[in-house]
Design a protein around this ligand. Structure first.
Ligand SMILES: O=C(O)c1ccccc1NCC(=O)[C@H](O)[C@H](O)COP(=O)(O)O
Length: 199
């Protein structure tokens, strides 16, 4: 299957967001022609401490609707990205000081909680979601990090708990891959089906 057809197969699953990695140290770095994707799906550019100008140019070039920032981007940096949604990523292991969110409250649209690991993203491990019992904000957040088919029961259990009140989306990646950048469509389909029938 051509890469373009593969992306279209993922888009056929009708996710709310579809991420494209713009980080040349990643094995998933996107350096291709953007296929036509239904307008209902937001195309997300994933960046790590990228130059603001490059982020803005990439938004224009690929007509992105959101950016996901995995580096040490400051609130001031986030605030300078206009006309698209800004998802600021925070990496968590066993503990997290939620005070760091306060300066970002006005500067971004969503938080994304990922697992701290060797790489700035795509590490394939879950973090201790109990940490989110102390989530102090009302800003919607994405839950991410190591979520795969084996996590369905724990995700469903999490979604029934109070700390998931502001959980807006689930972000999945390496646990659904045949190889970096190539998703397993059947497994993604299973995941979506299980979650939409049983929540
Ligand atoms: O996936 C990458 O290669 C990557 C590299 C640099 C920054 C971010 C990256 N991925 C970001 C994601 O959105 C992942 O979905 C998120 O980190 C969770 O990944 P995984 O643990 O593999 O589910």
């Amino acid at each position: 299957m051509k890469y373009k057809d593969h992306i279209e197969a993922v888009a056929n699953l009708q996710p709310d967001f579809l991420g494209f990695i713009f980080y040349n140290k990643s094995a998933r770095n996107f350096d291709s022609i953007m296929p036509d994707i239904p307008k209902s799906i937001k195309k997300v550019g994933v960046f790590v401490d990228e130059k603001l100008e490059t982020v803005k140019e990439t938004i224009e070039k690929y007509n992105l609707q959101a950016v996901q920032l995995h580096g040490n981007e400051t609130p001031e940096y986030c605030a300078q990205i206009n006309n698209v949604e800004v998802i600021k990523v925070f990496s968590i292991k066993d503990e997290f000081n939620f005070d760091v969110l306060q300066p970002y409250e006005k500067a971004c649209d969503y938080y994304l909680f990922d697992t701290k690991g060797k790489l700035p993203g795509g590490n394939g491990y879950t973090f201790n979601w109990n940490v989110l019992k102390h989530y102090p904000s009302t800003k919607p957040y994405f839950l991410s990090g190591g979520i795969g088919l084996n996590e369905i029961e724990s995700v469903l259990s999490f979604l029934r708990r109070q700390e998931s009140q502001y959980c807006y989306a689930l972000d999945v990646n390496s646990k659904f891959e045949i190889e970096p950048g190539l998703k397993n469509i059947e497994e993604l389909e299973k995941f979506i089906t299980h979650l939409s029938i049983r929540t």
